[in-house]
Structures are given as structure tokens and as C-alpha cells.
Write a protein that binds this ligand. Structure first.
Ligand code: UGA
Length: 437
């Protein structure tokens, strides 16, 4: 099939994986610089495996990038994968969706080929029906369902494992305006090796599924973080508790890692957007609000632990290991490192940091307020305190002989017993030995 993907952010770039399944894909973006980089087979964002996918499919002639919307004329399916950031009040900003829908409509006006326009961007319930379709109809002079099809196909992949997740989905959710739209979209995912669940539904349900899923995952994280804080006070280790409750198949093991809260471009934005959408229809979303409240508090728990270990932080040199919002990404959006570092700076500490990938993005946030170290070893050398903020694998095997200060583990990546056997003071989120050391 011929597929256009509009948006060269995270979702758009991973949609390029469709080329691996034999589809002809054109990626459409606004930035000429980004487009040039992509056409050279390089990803403008750091995502393991994505460069290979781009290179492989560009050289096979199945994929190319452009700034020109006229390339959608020939497409069977057009994916809208542009960003849906938050407004100041937490509600969703649809300006990029609108701009892109207008551009698509301009092409629909004079194109005779029947196409399915598919929203992949995360949008609140009723957006496709009450916003995207009216914009498409108004600017094309054509009728949805008659002259073009419409779908809503949410994305469930995680940054850092996006390429793997694309190829190995648990499920594909396809919301369709009509049977033809649903059937065409279904065909697109036919060649996948992995058996997955196929959920076909209407447009608004597909939109709601995406928000409900991200809220459910965010809820698990806030839940286990609250349990972790209680565990600490009762000298119980949250890791043991999480493992044991996860053995119940009704609960499961995943997304129960206690830490400093969730960041990234999705969970905080999506839970807030759902809160706002709920209020708009007269629902008081207390549960969703609590998820966010716990998440706002959790980074400060790590700073409290730092104070418990080192006393007054004023003038202390603190090594922060990890800046990205999670491992295997250079993304700093809503990273919990930001409130933690701001709080350390506010307390008068000297902060130095190392992250395997996110240093350049961090410089845009912290400028020269912190020092940037080229390695974890350089970062911890001579520090008064070491704080682990991102769950990078390379921090799991930190050479404890090189550490001469207390370690505060925000992601529970170190073995506390091992740290203690090296004579270190160790404190971690949900660790049973936080007190009495
Ligand atoms: C999340 C979802 O997992 C994807 O399914 C979804 O497609 C994506 O949002 C999206 O809506 O686009 P992502 O934000 O990339 O993916 O990364 P996650 O692996 O979900 O991690 C999110 C945050 O939660 C990170 O800060 C991570 O450190 C934290 N986390 C995750 C925990 O604190 N504990 C856990 O057990 C798991």
C-alpha cells in the first residue's frame, strides 16, 4: 500500500517501520533540515534501531521524506502523527492537528484517489469526529465516508524500545468511520509476524482507549510509589512487595517499578488532558488528579532522602547520574531530573551530572547552572553525594570502588547489600533499610 505519514516526531518516525512490511512510505515534515537528515538514513532523534530501519528502507526505495504535501496525492492511507502538546491549563493543543488537516484537505480537493485519513496523534475523545472531520470537509469541499475514509489508530509504543514495540504489538486498535476505513487500515497490518489482538471499534472509542491505557499505566506507577513511601517507614522493601503482588495474574509484574515518578512526553500530558476532558463534561476526576499529585511529590522524596543522608545540602557537591526521563532515550521532556536538580540548586548544592545520551538536551534546560561530566566515573569522583535518577543499564554496574560517598537510588538500580558491603551509605525509594543506617 502507499502510505503517507505526516509528522517527523517520535510517532511519525516509528511509523516509518511500516516500510519494513513492504509498504511504500513517504514521511512529511515541516523542517527541511530534519527531512535532509532522514533522507540520509539517519534519525533526528535517538532511538535504538531506528537508523537501521530508515537506512534499510530508503536504500530499498520504499521510504523517503519530503516537506511537500502534494506527495500524499498518490496515497491509500494518510497518517496524522503530529504533536498534541498541552495548553497552560493542561488541555490539549490541537493547533498542529488543525494545520496538518487543512494541508491534507487542500490536497483532497483536487485528488481523485480515494484515501483513508487516519489520526495516530493522541487526541481526546470526539476530536476526530468533531474537529478533524469538519476541518477536512470544510477545506476540501468533500464528504467524509463518501469521498474519503477516516480512521483513528492510536500508538502504544514506548520511547527507547519503539522499533521493537512497533514490530511486536500486543494489540492494534483501529477506530473507523465506516467499514471501508476499518478494513483498509486492517490490511495495512496484515504482514506482521507476531500474533496480536485486533480491536476494531469506532473513532471515539479508539481515542478513549489510548487515554485510558496511559492513565492505567500511570496509575500503576503512582500506586507503587505511594506503597514504596509507606514501605520505607515500616522497614519493608517495595521491590519484594511489587514482585509478590505481581505474581497474581490479575495484577502482573510490569510497570510496578517504584521510583521518582513518570516523565516523558506522554503520561503527564495525557493524564492532564484526560482530567481536562473529564471536567469539560462535568466529571470530577479525583482519581486521575491523585495520580498526578503523587507524581509531582515523588521527586521530592528523593531530595528528602538526600538530606537524610547528607544533612544540609548547601555547598555540597552532588553527582546526579541520569537526566533523561527514562533509559535508552535522549528525551528530557518532563524528566523527573528537572524538579530534582532544581530543588538541589535551590538548596545551595553544586550539581554535576552525567547521562549517556541526554546531555545536549539537558544543557538547554540547565545551561551553566550545573556541571556536565563525560562519564559516570568522572561524575562521582570527589562528590559528597551520588543520586541515581534514570534507570540506565550502565548505572547498574557502577564500579562501587570508585564511589566514596552516600548513594541515593531513585530507581532502585543498585543492589543495596552490595553497596553496603563496599562500606557505602545507601538509601533508595521504597528501600527497607533507609532508616537506621
Ligand atoms: C508510554 C507508554 O508506555 C506507551 O505505551 C505509549 O505509547 C507512550 O507512553 C505514548 O503515549 O506515546 P513512554 O512514555 O515512552 O511510553 O515510556 P514508558 O516506558 O512508559 O515510561 C514512562 C515513564 O514512567 C518513565 O519516566 C519511566 O521511568 C516511568 N516508569 C515506568 C516508572 O517509574 N516505573 C515503571 O514501572 C515504568
Amino acid at each position: 500500500m502507499k502510505v503517507s505519514v505526516i509528522g517527523t516526531g517520535y510517532v511519525g518516525l516509528t511509523a516509518a517501520c511500516l516500510a519494513d512490511f513492504g509498504h511504500n512510505v513517504v514521511l512529511i515534515g515541516r523542517s527541511k533540515d530534519k527531512i535532509d537528515v532522514i533522507n540520509q538514513g539517519a534519525s533526528p532523534i535517538y532511538e535504538p534501531g531506528l537508523d537501521e530501519v530508515l537506512k534499510r528502507n530508503i536504500s530499498a526505495g520504499r521510504l523517503h521524506a519530503t516537506t511537500d504535501y502534494k506527495e500524499i496525492d498518490d496515497s491509500d492511507v494518510v497518517f496524522i502523527c503530529v504533536g498534541t502538546p498541552s495548553n497552560d491549563d493542561g488541555s490539549i493543543d490541537l493547533s498542529q492537528v488543525e494545520e496538518c488537516s487543512i494541508q491534507i484537505a487542500e490536497r483532497l480537493k483536487n485528488s481523485s484517489k480515494y484515501k483513508i485519513i487516519v489520526v495516530k496523534s493522541t487526541v481526546v475523545p470526539k476530536t476526530t469526529k468533531n474537529f478533524v472531520i469538519p476541518v477536512l470537509e470544510k477545506h476540501s469541499g468533500k464528504k467524509a465516508g463518501k469521498d474519503f475514509g477516516v480512521g483513528m489508530n492510536p500508538e502504544f509504543l514506548r520511547e527507547g524500545t519503539g522499533v521493537y514495540d512497533f514490530v511486536n504489538p500486543d494489540k492494534i486498535v483501529i477506530g473507523g468511520l465506516d467499514e471501508k476505513s476499518t478494513a483498509t487500515l486492517s490490511t495495512l497490518y496484515e504482514n506482521f509476524d507476531k500474533k496480536f489482538h485486533r480491536v476494531t471499534t469506532d473513532l471515539t472509542t479508539a481515542e478513549m482507549i489510548k487515554y485510558a491505557q496511559n492513565s492505567a499505566l500511570a496509575a500503576r506507577i503512582s500506586f507503587i510509589n505511594e506503597i514504596a513511601n509507606i514501605c520505607e517507614k515500616y522497614s519493608v522493601d517495595v521491590k519484594e512487595v511489587a514482585h509478590a503482588i505481581g505474581l497474581d495474574t490479575r495484577i502482573g509484574q510490569r510497570f510496578l517499578s517504584a521510583g521518582i515518578g513518570f516523565g516523558g512526553s506522554c503520561f503527564p500530558k495525557d493524564v492532564n488532558a484526560l482530567i481536562s476532558a473529564a471536567k469539560a463534561v462535568g466529571i470530577n476526576p479525583v482519581f486521575l488528579q491523585t495520580i498526578m499529585e503523587i507524581n509531582e511529590r515523588q521527586p521530592h522524596r528523593l531530595v528528602e532522602l538526600a538530606k537524610e543522608a547528607a544533612g544540609d545540602l548547601h555547598g555540597k557537591t552532588i553527582a546526579v547520574l541520569g537526566l533523561a526521563f527514562k533509559n535508552d532515550t535522549d528525551d528530557m521532556r518532563e524528566s523527573r531530573a528537572t524538579p530534582i536538580i532544581n530543588s538541589l540548586l535551590h538548596a545551595g548544592a553544586n550539581v554535576r551530572a552525567h547521562d549517556p545520551r541526554a546531555m545536549e538536551n539537558a544543557k538547554e534546560i540547565f545551561g551553566d547552572k550545573i556541571e556536565y561530566c563525560n562519564s559516570k566515573e568522572e561524575c562521582v569522583r570527589g562528590a559528597d553525594l551520588c543520586m541515581i535518577v534514570t534507570e540506565w543499564d550502565e548505572f547498574r554496574n557502577l564500579d562501587l570502588n570508585s564511589v566514596k560517598c552516600p548513594v541515593i537510588d531513585g530507581r532502585r538500580v543498585l543492589d543495596p547489600e552490595k553497596a553496603k558491603s563496599h562500606g557505602l551509605i545507601y538509601k533508595g525509594i521504597g528501600y527497607k533499610g533507609n532508616f537506621g543506617v
